[in-house]
Design a protein. Structure first.
Length: 254
């Protein structure tokens, strides 16, 4: 069985289109919307292809009509782009986001999977990178063999005790300095963390066609092209987040 795992698509249709459709089952770990210029085809893709999908914090905010205030980093980009999501999405897409569960449990091939956007303790918002010690606390009562997470836009897979924690990275807005679309595959219990190039400039052109503020367009284009926020007074947690734990175990099989 071949499982495709995607997360943090963020309305980047060109990036999502580049993900190979070679799978038996698809897990979508949330955040289909905000930041990007094309939310409708991304939500429609999930409606068609995601066998199991959960809600991310941005899906929650868009579907619940929650405005965001802020003038720096990704909070600023959320403030600017969220009204465009409300304008673009129709009732069917909004309803789909609203009905997404916060967590999901699936058993496939004898393995128990827990899908959650952030962490089991705080499914929507907790920001936890590749920290085996903290993850061990988060999954100790998970009752799962594999915990699939997103939210940080950083690819990793680690084993903590008997549990594998797998983050496929971000399809639409990587933040690790590599702008290629990120995703993961589990193929007969073998884990692959993959990247695929896509037409970034197509997305940049779509951004330029929006009515967003000039600053937001420039920031978004920079992140798309570099995988990093521009340094103006960036959110240092997200800008400086890095994988600095080379000694943690990276399982290639479940």
């Amino acid at each position: 069985m071949r499982i495709l795992i995607v997360s943090d698509i963020h309305a980047n249709w060109a990036a999502l289109r580049a993900i190979p459709l070679d799978f038996d089952v698809c897990f979508c770990l949330g955040d289909l919307v905000d930041y990007g210029p094309e939310p409708v085809p991304c939500v429609r893709w999930a409606m068609k292809h995601a066998t199991h999908a959960i809600r991310g914090n941005h899906d929650h905010g868009v579907s619940q009509g929650i405005p965001v205030h802020g003038e720096s980093g990704f909070r600023y980009l959320t403030k600017v782009t969220r009204p465009a999501m409300w304008q673009a999405l129709g009732p069917e897409e909004r309803r789909y986001l609203l009905r997404l569960p916060v967590t999901s449990r699936i058993t496939l091939g004898g393995k128990r999977y827990l899908l959650v956007h952030a962490t089991p303790r705080d499914p929507l918002d907790e920001y936890l990178l590749k920290d085996p010690e903290t993850w061990a606390k988060r999954v100790e009562r998970a009752e799962a063999d594999v915990v699939c997470v997103g939210h940080t836009h950083m690819q990793f897979n680690i084993r903590v005790g008997d549990v594998v924690v797998l983050n496929p990275g971000s399809v639409g807005l990587p933040r690790d300095g590599v702008p290629d679309a990120a995703y993961a595959i589990i193929d007969d219990n073998r884990i692959e963390l993959n990247r695929v190039k896509y037409d970034i400039e197509e997305t940049v052109r779509r951004v330029e066609e929006t009515s967003w503020e000039r600053r937001a367009k420039d920031m978004t284009a920079h992140v798309l092209r570099t995988g990093r926020l521009p340094v103006e007074r960036a959110d240092q947690l997200e800008l400086d987040a890095r994988d600095d734990d080379p000694e943690s175990e990276e399982p290639s099989v479940l």
